[in-house]
Design a protein around this ligand. Structure first.
Ligand code: HEC
Length: 167
């Protein structure tokens, strides 16, 4: 296991392995669940079968804590209609729905949102959304691309999430 991958796993389990947070789709500890936890090449190019899958990365980095509905019928990563605790920030719909989700975003815009916390127009997202390109996650562009492609392939869910007011 290389260091970057190890630190991402630690990040996921300690920063976002939220005890109090409802994350029904993840079931148990996200890091422990990740099927590719022993994969040697965390920053292998996207599409390299030896790297973790987009789904595994989503679990490792804890995206479901904030972007997964508590109701399984809402599908995968279609957002949360309850704001994050003590904020008016809502984990948005990450499915490729054209109006309710990321359907109109380019892959590069999604990568930038994940690593740098910017929306499709280059505006800063609420700080509630982690900047995964920085410490402690240090997510690589290739990891973000693998996640972006996984999101793009999800079933589009027509579920409007309120827009966030930043804390
Ligand atoms: C601690 C909570 C939290 C975690 C963990 C989290 N997010 Fe977010 N995310 C948010 C919130 C809240 C917003 C909305 C911010 C805003 O609108 O200003 C957001 C916004 C986004 C956006 C922009 C979408 C849009 O419509 O504006 C993307 C893309 C995104 N998150 C992807 C991810 C991915 C991928 C992960 C895991 C690698 C992740 N997020 C983990 C809280 C979180």
């Amino acid at each position: 296991m290389n260091l970057r991958f190890a630190s991402a796993v630690l990040f996921a389990s300690f920063a976002f392995g939220c005890s109090s947070d409802p994350a029904p789709m993840s079931g148990t500890d996200a890091a422990a669940d990740a099927p590719a936890a022993d994969a040697p090449a965390a920053d292998a190019p996207a599409g390299d079968a030896s790297g973790p899958s987009g789904e595994a990365l989503v679990m490792m980095f804890g995206c479901r804590n904030c972007h997964q509905s508590m109701n399984a019928a809402d599908g995968v990563l279609s957002g949360q209609t309850m704001p994050r605790p003590n904020t008016m920030a809502y984990g948005s719909n990450l499915t490729p729905h054209m109006t309710a989700g990321l359907g109109a975003w380019t892959e590069d815009q999604v990568i930038r949102a994940i690593r740098e916390g910017m929306d499709e127009g280059g505006r800063s997202l609420c700080r509630t959304m982690p900047r995964y390109g920085g410490a402690p996650a240090n997510m690589t562009v290739d990891q973000a691309r693998t996640i972006a492609r996984y999101l793009r392939a999800l079933p589009a869910v027509d579920r409007m999430i309120p827009s966030s007011t930043c804390p």
